[in-house]
Design a protein around this ligand. Structure first.
Ligand SMILES: [Zn+2]
Length: 626
């Protein structure tokens, strides 16, 4: 901090009185040399908080909270130091004169326009005839006038240039309206038009309560209602970053529930607040991401994600699991009964109680996933168990490393719980950690490569780029196959070789679905792999081509020729035959996998376990980024 900033801080501190500051939030009573208050930082009824005017400090004898005017304001207002200082300075009338950059001026200008627009929309809703249908719509949803005013809800009339005309009349430059995303220019024409028309307008505020964007709900009887999206959000503007905002956080951060719940809709948030459940926010129609979590984490240690109970919610759960694993947060998941949304549920008889019960009974994302899995499949196969283990390890490995002991404890907790709930022997923990380290190295390597690529790309294009972490993309390990073993497989292998020798046209079909390593018989494996290799060079994989490739093994060539001569020529319906054979190979592979999984959970060595975990990866569906 530059010295004038230090000086300023001293001035603000000297001008602020701790008793007055604390007293502006909670009742304080004189008790001799100190003042007493009920501590706002823990749940109490007795006056545990001492406020000492002599030392200008406070201390709670119960929870240990202590500090000066700045720390009290920071905790009470849940803001950073600079904001706390600004608040105190305003109270004592000190002008801070924070250095204003051109960006600051620009931002202030845009925020002013948003505030202006919000007032205009609100007037249309509350006072104008045009807002009647909007009032009816919100009334049908049982949202009270108080809620509407608290959230600043408005209405954008259907006229295409209502806002534009108002702005012109009041001397607001049209380009500012374009910049905040409220109007747009007609392509190839002059003039502007309103982007929000015939919509209920929900102001979207930043954490300080400043309007930075709008969500517009189209009126149900508008002809476009059936076609377009029901909700239309502000486009990205210098103020509005959809992926970082949480609707209602400006109000919900003051709730004292110990957690914040994330729902899906604006009206859900409003209704929850109206029903006395203020710890509720909503994303802007995007999945909860790390930025959201970081914001919520400033106010609470725990986030509860509320999903619709329908099938669509399940992909969201995997995403939540990633957040739970990768972020320093307790992330719990809950679903509402009967596929209701919070707004519908809350207005039902006992709806509030049910809603609160759902929130408090949320379980963390890992348990939620395991519960759902074990519900559908109470006795998962060993292969399934290992898949889940490696899935979770993959997410852990891809997550940015949260430094510190807490993060390591969290990883340990996850692995222990995973083993417990899936009934995997505790001794396997060591090898699971080794696999985790291995996956992490793969990700680190990938990330280095991605960064390198990005640098190269940036250098080529010579423009700034945003650094994007490679998301949880599962690594593809090298293809490895099981140990050769003799047995019933050999009959199928024999037939395959015959078939391919009889009809070289089938070689590409087989090569696309099978690797030679899947063939256990060494001689047959060599023949098939040579046929594949010949095909790969672009030549027909016939007996003549094979002769050259088997120069070192004339005996094998004789076997091949023999097969062709005696059996292969008689085969009918070759394509169908091949399809049946390939299916058998696939089944045998799955069986082998399952057997190996079973061995792992009984008596495999750690090395074998590791190998199996690696191989399990190949059968994982690739996760998509984002
Ligand atoms: Zn306390």
């Amino acid at each position: 901090m530059p010295s004038d900033q230090v000086e300023l801080t001293k001035q603000v501190k000297a001008a602020s009185d701790i008793v007055a500051v604390v007293g502006s939030y909670i009742p304080v009573t004189s008790a001799g040399k100190v003042f007493k208050a009920v501590c706002p930082f823990h749940d109490d009824t007795r006056p545990s908080l001492d406020v000492d005017p002599q030392r200008q400090r406070y201390k709670c004898w119960s929870c240990g909270a202590h500090g000066d005017v700045f720390s009290f304001t920071m905790h009470q207002e849940k803001v950073g130091f600079k904001e706390a200082r600004a608040l105190l300075a305003a109270k004592v009338g000190i002008k801070l004169d924070e250095p204003q950059t051109p960006q600051d001026y620009q931002r202030t200008r845009l925020l002013d326009v948003m505030r202006w627009a919000q007032a205009k929309y609100a007037y249309q809703y509350l006072e104008a005839d045009a807002g009647e249908d909007a009032r009816k719509y919100m009334g049908e949803r049982k949202l009270s006038g108080k809620s509407v005013r608290d959230f600043g809800v408005g209405f954008a009339p259907i006229t295409g240039d209502w806002l534009v005309k108002l702005a012109i009349a009041e001397g607001i430059p049209a380009d500012v309206l374009v910049e905040v995303g409220l109007t747009a220019t007609r392509e190839g024409q002059r003039g502007h038009y309103d982007r929000f028309r015939d919509r209920v307008m929900f102001p979207i505020k930043d954490v300080r309560g400043q309007v930075v964007g709008f969500g517009g709900r189209i009126m149900p009887n508008n002809p476009l209602a059936a076609r377009g999206p029901k909700y239309y959000n502000s486009a990205e503007t210098p103020l509005f970053h959809k992926s970082e905002l949480l609707y209602g956080l400006d109000l919900a951060r003051h709730a004292n529930a110990g957690y914040l719940a994330v729902v899906e809709g604006y009206t859900d948030v409003m209704m929850a607040h109206q029903c006395g459940v203020p710890q509720v926010v909503a994303t802007m129609g995007t999945a909860l991401n790390a930025k959201h979590v970081a914001q919520l984490r400033r106010y609470v240690p725990k986030v509860v994600l509320l999903y619709d109970a329908d099938a669509g919610g399940y992909t969201g759960v995997d995403r939540a699991l990633e957040m739970f694993i990768s972020q320093d947060v307790e992330l719990a998941v809950a679903t509402l009964p009967e596929g209701l949304d919070p707004c519908d549920l809350l207005v039902r008889p006992n709806g509030i109680e049910t809603f609160q019960k759902v929130l408090t009974s949320a379980v963390d994302a890992l348990d939620f996933k395991l519960n759902r899995l074990l519900e559908r499949d109470p006795k998962p196969s060993d292969t399934t168990k290992l898949r889940i283990v490696d899935d979770v390890l993959g997410i852990m490995a891809a997550a940015p490393l949260i430094p510190g002991a807490a993060a390591q404890m969290k990883r340990e907790l996850i692995i222990t719980r995973l083993l417990q709930r899936l009934g995997i022997r505790h001794e396997k923990e060591k090898v699971i950690w080794a696999r985790f380290e291995e996956l992490r190295k793969i990700y680190e390597q990938r990330e280095r490569e991605a960064q390198q690529k990005e640098r190269e790309q940036k250098a080529r294009e010579n423009r700034p780029t945003v650094t994007v972490r490679p998301d949880a993309v599962m690594p593809t390990t090298e293809r490895r196959r099981g140990e050769p073993k003799a047995g019933p497989a050999e009959a199928a292998e024999n037939q395959l070789a015959q078939l391919l020798l009889a009809d070289p046209g089938l070689v590409p079909v087989a090569a696309a679905q099978l690797t030679p390593e899947e063939i256990t018989h060494t001689g047959l494996r060599r023949i098939v792999s040579e046929l594949f290799a010949i095909h790969a060079t672009g030549t027909v994989a016939d007996l003549e081509a094979l002769r050259v490739r088997l120069d070192d093994r004339p005996d094998l060539f004789d076997v091949a020729a023999h097969k062709l001569q005696f059996v292969g020529q008689q085969m009918q319906d070759r394509e169908q035959w091949l399809a049946r054979l390939l299916k058998r190979f696939a089944e045998m592979k799955a069986d082998a996998e399952a057997n190996r999984a079973k061995e792992l959970l009984t008596n495999a060595s750690d090395e074998e376990t590791m190998e199996l975990l690696r191989r399990i990866q190949q059968t994982q569906p690739k996760r998509s980024a984002g």
